[in-house]
Design a protein around this ligand. Structure first.
Ligand code: NAD
Ligand code: DAU
Length: 355
């Protein structure tokens, strides 16, 4: 079996669902169930005998040590993290605790477990660390996309904490020989995305008749990948990647934020028009920029494409249509994540931000 941390989050849940749809191999999911973890995203596999869910913290080495001993996974995919840049600006401490200290404790538990495996099991074992393109910092308009050897230049507490975790993972390979793999992916979108991030926030706010807050001039560029393509890339790296190597994952889909918001509005105008006949674009509101806002991210995905023969299945046009339709079809999931703490977060991040 494999162990998946952060399995109740956006990408982790998509990964578990896709894994169980494709493999007979069981999954043990470990998640702290922070505000971002949601067992409703895993409801369809709740009673699947191949799926075991454990509520716990990657930083609890006693728990992870016990799980590793009991279930003897052949691989670990580490998604668990604090993942929202804006939250890291308002309160960085949790990011240090989970992304750095938590990853360290997880690595220690894994090293202890791995060191007593048989030689054959040791060689076959994999620790796949899921990281982000944000560790490379920000690109100017005409700079080439991030390759795997691009310098690390993280700019937010979130990206700095992810960069630190990448370095720890690398060190455990070089020092102890742990067979690690690291993936650095660009912005994901798709089903089960918590509506604090750009695309789901725009869909949810539009349908609720609320403003669509665009930071600064809306010309910041992100490189978008449909979440199921990220999951297929991780399966591919797990199967074919070389231990110690880093693979950048992206779909060559650079878009300015304002263009993303316009696309979401156009799809909603088509699929769920406003009752007054006007476009959802009317709800766009330019607000004060994110402090230290990275201007552009772009991934050079040639290594994973050429060496591992991976390609995304979706274009941005097919993926964003599926995503908008998913939010229209899953209004219960959306309303159930809009708790009191979610509303408090919106108040904290957006109140007083008007321009
Ligand atoms: P998410 O915030 O939706 O989910 C994170 C999950 O981790 C949640 O279920 C949360 O409960 C869990 N978690 C947090 N702290 C934990 C801890 N101490 N122990 C156990 N579980 C804990 O994040 P996501 O968007 O699904 O991102 C998953 C991973 O992928 C992260 O490592 C992130 O850095 C990386 N990543 C995300 C994107 C993206 O666009 N979302 C892109 C590239 C890389
Ligand atoms: O690049 C990969 C990263 O993508 C991941 O590592 C992170 O975990 C993930 O959250 C995401 O980070 P971003 O900061 O790029 O994503 P977010 O959805 O928060 O913002 C996308 C862009 O949209 C960014 O330029 C900020 C802007 N934005 C965001 C929000 C929430 C707005 O203009 N308005 C908003 O309300």
């Amino acid at each position: 079996m494999i162990l998946v941390t952060g399995s109740a989050g956006f990408i982790g849940a998509n990964f578990v669902l896709d894994w169980l749809a494709r493999h007979d191999e069981a999954v043990i999911g470990l998640d702290k169930l922070t505000y971002a973890g949601n067992l409703e995203s895993l409801a369809s596999v709740k009673n699947d005998p191949r799926h075991i869910f454990v509520h716990g913290d990657i930083g609890d080495a006693e728990l992870t040590g016990q799980l590793l001993k009991q279930y003897r996974p052949r691989a670990i995919v580490n998604f668990a993290a604090e993942s929202h840049v804006d939250r890291s600006i308002h309160g960085p401490e949790e990011f240090i605790q989970t992304n750095i200290v938590g990853t360290f404790h997880l690595l220690e538990a894994v090293r202890t477990y791995w060191s007593v495996l048989t030689d054959e099991e040791k060689t076959g074992f994999r620790f796949l660390h899921v990281s982000t393109d944000e560790v490379y910092g920000s690109l100017a308009k005409d700079e080439p996309a991030f390759g795997e050897t691009h310098r690390y230049e993280p700019n937010s507490p979130y990206s700095a904490s992810k960069a630190a975790s990448d370095h720890l993972v690398r060190a455990y390979h070089h020092t102890y020989g742990l067979p690690v793999l690291t993936t650095n992916c660009s912005n994901n979108y798709g089903p089960y995305h918590f509506p604090e991030k750009l695309i789901p926030l725009m869909i949810v706010n539009a349908l609720a008749g609320k403003p669509l807050p665009v930071y600064g001039d809306g010309q910041q560029i992100r490189d978008w990948l449909y979440v199921k393509d990220h999951c297929s890339a991780i399966r591919c790296v797990l199967e074919k990647g070389t231990p110690g190597e880093v693979y950048n994952v992206g779909g060559w889909n650079e878009k300015a934020n304002l263009d993303i918001v316009h696309t979401v509005c156009a799809l909603l105008d088509e699929l769920s028009p406003r009752t007054d006949g006007k476009s959802y674009r009317e709800q766009i509101a330019f607000v004060t920029d994110r402090p230290g806002h990275d201007r552009r991210y772009a991934i050079d995905a040639r290594k994973i494409e050429c060496e591992l023969d991976w390609k995304p299945a979706e274009t941005f046009e097919t993926g964003i249509r599926k995503t908008v339709q998913w939010y229209l079809d899953n209004r219960d999931w959306v309303s159930n994540v809009q708790s009191g703490s979610y509303r408090q977060w919106l108040e904290k991040n957006y109140a007083g931000r008007g321009r």
